[in-house]
Design a protein around this ligand. Sequence first.
Ligand code: ASP
Length: 308
Amino acid sequence: MISIAIHGGAGTILRSSMTPEKEQAYKEALQAALNIGYSILEMGGTSLDAVEQAIRSLEDCPLFNAGRGSVFTADGTHEMDASIMDGKTLEAGAVAGVHGVKNPVSLARLVMEKSGHVMLAAKGAVDFAREMDCEFRDAEYFYDEFRFKQWQEVKGSDTFQLDHAAKKDEKFGTVGAVALDKAGNLAAATSTGGMTNKRFGRIGDSPVIGSGTYANNNTCAVSCTGSGEFFLRSVVAYDVSCLMEYKGLSLADATKETIQKRLLNIGGDGGLIAVDAKGNISLEFNTEGMYRACKNSKGLEEISIYEA
Ligand code: ASP
């Protein structure tokens, strides 16, 4: 059994604010990333490779708030966060507040495999990326007209906003992937530009193992998207795994409990994608929409944006 799910962010994504062309562009980008990940699994590749490569494809697409399409910080720069976790070994890697790196998810994987650490931040993480010969891009590559306008709306204020909860109708988002490979190994990864107009080196849940990302072969692999502060406080990804491990809940029940009850109870909005050790998939969110796609070897294939 092989299974993969990806997301491109959750938020106020309304049918009424989408044009058919935009909807098509999102679906094509999700389909392309899904195909990349699924074909790796189909050929017997690892879930780690599948989630990393699926995310790289989303990071390279300016539609999503990760890699190339990352939102602007209050200083007009881009600070990206990413993480990856191997459910077989419980090894994990993460980077926070990095700039110029073309694919932060691959840097997170290098942190896991080559640094002897789990999380590197800011300048140190960028120095490590240079040592590892990662691909870099200049500011022009990360410039996006819409993102710039999005930032101008809140620039100079104390407001920092979730990319896909912006006042404007256009919504974009953080990206994530979870997968189960033929060998029965789970993996999860998440990548983001964070929140528009963020200041003070703000870091969200995406690079924090247990909050935005978690994988354990005994339970599940999870990648989250939404208001990071709430996901950090709820330790969402690990909570899903714990509900399965300690309480014996199914993946569907555990993700529902976490997103529809525990997160909502403290006012948190967002969602997650998850796959369990049997290949079951859950795409749970408490917002109007979540860019999402999934596929398994039992014939399931779905690409969706809105709630219903
Ligand atoms: N969770 C991300 C953060 O708070 C944002 C997102 O999911 O779009 O940085």
